[in-house]
Structures are given as C-alpha cells and as structure tokens.
Design a protein around this ligand. Structure first.
Ligand code: NIG
Ligand code: FE
Length: 408
C-alpha cells in the first residue's frame, strides 16, 4: 500500500544515523511534517506543504494531528522462556538480593529447568503473547536472547523458537546466543566456558540461528578473562558481540566490550568512571535498562554521564522472568526522563535509532528516513513531551510495520 502520511502534530524522524553525546538531543523533529510510504518503505520525508506538491493524488493517511515517531527497537530482551519466578520476586521484596538467590541455586537456574522441560511450541506460544503486547507499546524491532538452556539442545531450541516467531508475527526479531548466562549446576565457570568455546559457539554459528553472542560478565558468574575468551571466539566465528556488563559490580565489562568492538554493553549500573570514557571513545553502544534497576530497587545507570561524555546510549526493556518481568516501555521512558536525567529527545533517540543500531538494524529501521522500512507509531497525543508526562501510560494508538497497519 502506498500513502502519504499527513496531519502530524509533531513528526520525530530520528534521522541521520546513530547518535552520540550531544547529538542525541536532536531527534529530528519536524513541525507539520509528512512522509510518503511506497512498497513498505519511506520514499520521501518533509513538511506537509513540500510533500503535497510532489505526491499529488496519493492516498492519504490522516494522523489526526498526533505525534508520530519511528517504531521502537527493544534491543535487550530474554523473551523466550518457560515458567515464572514470582516466589523469587517475593523473596527479593523480603530483602534477599538477586545474586544471593542465584548463588543458592535459584534465579536463572529455575528458568533453565523450566525451559529445558518445555517444548519449542510452548516457548513460541508464550513469547507470541508477549510480542503482541509489546507491539501495543510500539515495538517493531526486538532483540531476543537464548540463555535458559545452558546446553546445546535447549539453547538451539530457544533460538529456533525465535526463528519460528520471526516467521509467524510482525515484529522483526534479532536472535542472540546467550549461552554464557549462568554456570550450569555442578560445573565450574572455567570448564563451561571451555565447552562454549570448543563446542557450543561453533555449533550456534554453523546453525545460522544467532546474529549476536552475549555473556553475563559479572563477579561470581563469568570473569573478565572468561568473557574475553568467549567473546573473541564468537567474533572469530562471525557473531556480533553484546555483553551484560557492570550490572551488580564494577568489574570492567564495559571496557572489555569497547576494546573488543562489541555492538553494545548493557546494564552499566556500576560502570567504572574510566569505562564511561572507554564507551564514549568507542563505537560500542551503552544500553541502559531502567526497568531492571527499578524492579531490583537499584540505582540507575549513569546515562547522563555517558551522554555528556559523548557515548551513544540506547534504552531497552531487559524483559525476563527474574530481574525484570516487564516490557512496559512507557514506564521506561518516564524513568529515563525522571531518574536518568535524559531529555525527551534523548530518550526518543535512545529507543529508536540507537536501539535499532544496538540490534544491528540501523540501516533498515529506527528512523523515518528515505530508504528505511516504514515502521512508525501514531500516538493519541499531539507532542512528545506527553510521553513521560502521562507517566507509565501507554499513549500508542496505531503501529505500522513495513507500511502495514499491525496494531490499532
Ligand atoms: O539481564 N543479569 C542477567 N541476566 C538477566 C536476568 C535473567 C534472569 O534473572 O532470568 C538480566 O538482568
Ligand atoms: Fe539481560
């Protein structure tokens, strides 16, 4: 379907590629903007006056004077899993820390047991339900990690579920192998990393089911040295890199990610001062996950410092059954503005083009720009400032993916 989108109160384009530092403050807003969609792609963007002249006779999509933004890219999720961990949540409410529960054999291990026991179809069905709700928050691109198998069969089952989901529904999914998510029971981290490096990573690369490799680089889980070994092997095998870095302890994972040319280093609640600069000086995207900090009752990642230092910041949900059982992006948006001290435009940049870049999709998604997929969201409000102002509320009205109306 070809159409000209007009009567847009405020058009956020996020055009111009990944944005670092001060440039994040410009989300490419056009007053009374318009854009022309042809064969699922953006063919022209400008003001309504300009486009009406060159697109005479085009079918009109009337956006009702509303705010329009690119579709959101959620660049960090653990969407495919079985079971639930509400008891663990209650334990945390009673004061038990996340890492203590993990040390006692709970946490991720509980989801590993449930995921091993589930069929691929069960995993697909549960994830499908979540994707439908994520679409209602405007998510049109979404990274999905494995990591609840810790063995060959289950990790591949999770990745295969992502492939099936990609075929069955509209949101574009980007698969990540997170084999090194936890140390399997009865093993040492060192021997498990040996196995990942020798057997699992080559198998995953050969399967073609993953684009990225990720690791939980954390004190008491996988050390800096083990993470380096795992990530270097993944890179050799042609996988792009991500890592869970400096979430609970300032181990230096962000610096490692920058040094290895990772696409993103995620979490960063406890990032070292010197690694703020390492990220700022590298091409590695600093992904902050404010919903996780919120759910764990931890201090937020220093997004303001990262942006001021010149880093490219992305914001994602980290949806998972343990530390962050939510993908309420409108709440993440408000947390960014209220607690991470990001401006509305910086938050929009972080959730659109920078999020798409953290998914490896900056060339096709994340902005309303000529040549990009026509992935966009029409809101029920007129201006971007309403997004955090209606705190945590979902103002998404209609969502388009590749020029097709997929929600609302
Ligand atoms: O990103 N921290 C490690 N991994 C996930 C949590 C996974 C889980 O608890 O199931 C995270 O927070
Ligand atoms: Fe995570």
């Amino acid at each position: 379907m070809n159409f000209l989108a007009v009567n847009i109160g405020e058009l956020v384009t996020a055009a111009g590629g990944v944005k670092r530092g001060a440039a994040m403050g410009d989300a490419g807003c056009i007053k009374d903007g318009a854009f022309y969609v042809s064969e699922g792609k953006i063919e022209a963007v400008g003001t309504r006056g300009e486009l009406e002249k060159i697109c005479r006779g085009a079918e009109i999509l009337d956006c009702g004077g509303a705010l329009v933004t690119p579709g959101f890219a959620d660049s960090h999720t653990h969407l495919v899993f079985a079971g639930e961990r509400s008891e663990e949540f209650s334990m945390r409410l009673r004061g038990e820390p996340y890492m203590k529960i993990m040390e006692r054999g709970g946490g991720i291990a509980a989801t590993v047991a449930a995921t091993r026991a589930a069929s691929e179809e069960e995993l697909v069905r549960q994830a499908e339900g979540h994707l439908e709700k994520m679409l209602a928050f405007g998510v049109t691109t979404c990274e999905v990690k494995s990591g609840y198998g810790l063995d060959e069969e289950t990790e591949l089952k999770q990745l295969s579920a992502v492939k099936t989901l990609n075929e069955r529904q509209k949101t574009e999914l980007v698969p990540t192998y997170l084999g090194a998510h936890a140390v399997p029971a009865g093993e040492t981290a060192e021997s498990y990393i040996d196995r990942c490096v020798e057997r699992y990573l080559p198998k995953v690369a050969e399967s073609g089911l993953a684009e990225f490799a990720d690791i939980f680089c954390e004190k008491g889980v996988f050390s800096l040295e083990q993470s380096e070994r795992y990530l270097k092997r993944a890179k050799e095998l042609g996988l792009k890199l991500k890592l869970h870095a400096d979430e609970m302890f300032p181990l230096g994972g962000a610096g490692l990610g920058a040094r290895l040319g990772a696409v993103s280093a995620d979490h960063l609640l406890k990032i070292r001062e010197e690694d703020v600069l390492s990220l700022a000086r590298s091409g590695t995207i600093a992904t902050v996950l404010p919903l996780t900090a919120f759910c764990l009752g931890e201090e937020y990642a220093p997004a303001r410092k990262l942006i001021d230092a010149g880093a490219a910041v992305a914001v994602a949900s980290d949806f998972n059954p343990g530390s962050c059982c939510t993908y309420q992006l409108p709440l993440a948006f408000a947390l960014c503005c209220i607690y991470l001290k990001m401006s509305v435009e910086e938050t929009l940049t972080a959730m659109t083009i920078n999020g798409a870049a953290a998914c490896g999709r900056e060339k096709t998604a994340g902005s309303i720009e000529v040549g990009k997929q026509a992935d966009f969201v029409i809101f029920s409000c007129k201006k971007k400032e309403f997004l955090p102002y209606f705190t945590g509320m979902n103002l998404v009205k209609t969502v388009f993916k590749k020029g097709e109306r997929v929600y609302g």
